[in-house]
Design a protein around this ligand. Structure first.
Ligand code: GRF
Length: 202
């Protein structure tokens, strides 16, 4: 059975959606460990209540990004991690960790990539005036939100949507597609050809 670990920086609602999908049996996997670069985050409360180990790894305690990620890597490996889910993790994942877990790090981005990568994606969508927005689950590569797309889900943008209301609409979709992408991973149904992904039918 595969083990899923999480990189977070705050609220952790996507982590919660995946971890609960594992607990409920929707995803056939085990929860590994939660790691945050910020101490005392809400995700830790969730981890505690679900009985999942959690660690604060302070980037400031390391002299380089590589040393910091080496520590993260050693925690992930000591919990036999097969897949890392970045969920609101507010640090760039660098080559060190990507090479250690190539095509085994997922992220969720609150936009229909390749539109609106980077920060404040929902505000970017509102400011641009798009009529359809959404979210994307992708594998992490060396670029910012550029890795192969696994799943996307769209929502309509209404004339009266604000950054907050659009974010809430998109988040509801995030909580559906992220667990689904993890489920496909755990069932070995994700097929990667260069940067294109297809999902094998059962
Ligand atoms: C989500 O909107 C996600 O798409 C983005 O950061 C937010 C994290 O929310 N990457 P949460 O911490 O999972 O609640």
């Amino acid at each position: 059975m595969k083990k899923i670990s999480y990189l977070v920086s705050g609220r952790g609602s996507n982590f919660k959606a995946i971890a609960e999908s594992i607990k409920s049996g929707f995803i056939s996997a085990e929860n590994g460990v939660v790691i945050s670069n910020v101490d005392g985050v809400k995700a830790f409360d969730t981890a505690r209540s679900l009985g999942i180990p959690y660690f604060f790894v302070n980037p400031k305690s390391y002299s380089s990004k590589e040393e910091y990620e080496a520590e993260i890597c050693s925690i992930l490996r000591s919990h036999s991690t097969d897949l890392i889910c970045a969920a609101g993790y507010m640090r760039i994942i660098s080559t060190y960790l990507i090479n250690e877990f190539r095509n085994r790090i997922m992220n969720i981005h609150p936009a229909l990539l390749p539109s609106f990568p980077g920060l404040h994606a929902q505000k970017q969508a509102i400011d641009y005036g798009v009529k359809i927005a959404g979210c994307t689950v992708h594998f992490v590569d060396e670029g910012t939100d550029t890795g192969p797309v696994i799943l996307q889900s769209a929502v309509d943008v209404s004339d009266d949507d604000t950054e907050e209301s659009l974010s809430a609409k998109i988040l509801r979709e995030e909580h559906k597609v992220y667990p689904l992408a993890v489920k496909y991973f755990c069932e070995d149904r994700i097929i990667i050809h260069d940067r294109k992904i297809s999902i094998r039918q059962n």
